[in-house]
Design a protein around this ligand. Structure first.
Ligand SMILES: *Cc1c(COP(=O)(O)O)cnc(C)c1O
Length: 461
């Protein structure tokens, strides 16, 4: 957790950077060290009010600590504080962004594309749907009911009509339901989610693309969370492997380096297969582009100011851990995936009869969800919440998620025969490579918390 994980690493690099400006006349920077130290102590105390996201026992939401090198490179860049809107604001970091984005595009086999970093996956998706709307004005956007909630909101902002498509029992977009929508003839864009936020379900992109050949529409792949899994096809089951193999045929792709790419927040990425969509961004601000004839990132981006430090951190991380199949970065992804498969296996084989994994099959990426068995759906939901709290008291931090009842085997007597309705479940995103080695510790705490909560429950009866 240390701010300087390799002692002296950041200070040596800072000296090297300062040397390059040493010819400038010195100036005084007014600062009161004692006052600053006092405030920073206060900040440290305030920041203690957080879950320990950096620790392997934090296995709840989609939070992965940035690589120590990313933090150091980000901090180093802060001494310059470049702005990647234009080269005037960040020459070196603009170049680093272009190089880092090229390496991300290469994951998908793209060499001739238009792409840049954004502040977030939401902003990246906004750009992709904005371009989609420019190309097919008045046509609808559709995405699975498990797609990220921001697609609907983004569509509303863009004044494009949006319709959700039913998901099947594995949380993947239902193809018959999609085809029904497509027959209406007014769908301009289909959002395929490769790795849903709730359970990591992978929409059948290969089959969606086959429908594109028949019906004609734009395909946007939202791989904000799942995109990097394209590096480890051997670790995926056949349907997910097929879907990821086809991403190169999408019209646009979003991937979040601040999700699985070991980056501090403020780092999303959007890619377009056809570089000519850059024409939609055209503007003629009179004051930003005087110093260079080269492309400015602000000319192909909806955002204006953007942290150059994000690009610097990403570039540095990818120098250390190149985005190559079989490399160390890919291996780290595979370890989280292995942890998820192992937790799912234990849940399925556990003989206490308390846990129930998804009926349709195990995790497609590295997110595991399960329900607690009980007499009624309400009891099962309340037990999940109590186990969540009991785990936290044992320093194991999981998450809760509301899932459709029909995704599970019917067990509760109160369940409606239609399977309609939802149930509160436990959820664990095992996205840190360390999770694999910590699985015994996680399992031990989970089963102890569950035994305690269920024991209390039985005493009350
Ligand atoms: C996280 C996520 C988003 C939103 O990205 P932010 O970076 O949080 O804005 C969009 N889509 C999917 C599938 C996600 O997992």
């Amino acid at each position: 957790m240390s701010a300087d994980p390799v002692p002296g690493l950041l200070s040596r690099a800072t000296e090297l950077l300062e040397e390059q400006f040493a010819a400038l006349p010195a100036f005084d920077f007014a600062a009161d060290p004692a006052a600053m130290a006092l405030v920073l102590e206060g900040v440290a105390r305030r920041l203690g009010d957080n879950y320990p996201y950096f620790h392997p026992l934090y296995a709840g939401q989609m939070l992965k600590p940035p690589h120590p090198l990313a933090r150091a490179a980000y901090a180093l860049a802060m001494t310059i504080n470049p702005n990647n809107h234009a080269r005037d604001g960040g020459r070196a970091s603009s170049e680093m962004e272009i190089e880092a984005v090229r390496e991300i595009a290469a994951i998908f086999g793209w060499t001739d594309y238009l792409g840049h970093l954004t502040s977030s996956g939401t902003l990246a998706n906004l750009e992709a749907l904005w371009v989609a709307g420019q190309l097919a004005p008045g046509k609808r956007i559709v995405g699975s009911e498990q797609a990220h909630y921001t697609h609907q909101r983004i569509s509303a902002v863009l004044k494009l009509e949006y319709a959700p498509i039913a998901a099947d029992r594995r949380g993947r977009m239902s193809l018959p339901a999609l085809e029904d929508e497509l027959r209406k003839g007014d769908v301009g864009t289909v959002v395929a989610t490769l790795g849903t936020t709730a359970i990591g379900a992978v929409d059948p992109l290969d089959e969606i693309l086959a429908l594109r050949a028949r019906f004609g529409f734009r395909v946007h792949v939202d791989a904000a969370y799942g995109g990097y899994f394209r590096l480890i096809p051997e670790a995926l089951d056949a349907p997910a492997r097929r879907a990821f193999a086809f991403v190169d045929q999408a019209d646009s792709i979003v991937i979040d380096p601040h999700k699985h790419g070991l980056q501090p927040y403020g780092c999303g990425c959007v890619l377009f297969r056809d570089p000519s969509v850059g024409r939609f961004y055209k503007h003629d601000s009179p004051y930003t582009y005087f110093t260079s004839k080269q492309l400015h990132l602000g000319e192909i981006s909806l955002e204006c100011s953007r942290a150059g430090a994000s690009a610097v951190a990403l570039w540095a991380t990818q120098q250390l851990l190149p985005l190559t199949p079989g490399g160390e970065f890919a291996h780290g992804l595979a370890r989280g995936r292995a942890a998820a498969l192992e937790l799912d296996r234990r849940l399925r084989e556990d003989n206490s009869g308390r846990f129930q994994a998804l009926a349709g099959g195990g995790p497609e990426l590295d997110i595991v969800v399960w329900k607690i068995n009980a007499e009624t759906t309400q009891q099962a939901s309340s037990l999940a919440q109590r186990i969540f709290t009991a785990c936290a008291l044992r320093d194991l931090h999981l998450a809760l998620v509301e899932l459709p009842l029909r995704w599970f085997r019917p067990t509760e007597v109160s369940e409606p025969p239609s399977g309609a309705g939802t149930i509160t479940c436990l959820r664990s995103v095992l996205m840190k490579p360390e999770h694999e080695a910590w699985l015994d510790a996680i399992w031990e705490r989970l089963t102890a918390a569950c035994a305690e909560v269920v024991g209390e429950e039985e005493k009350c009866l």
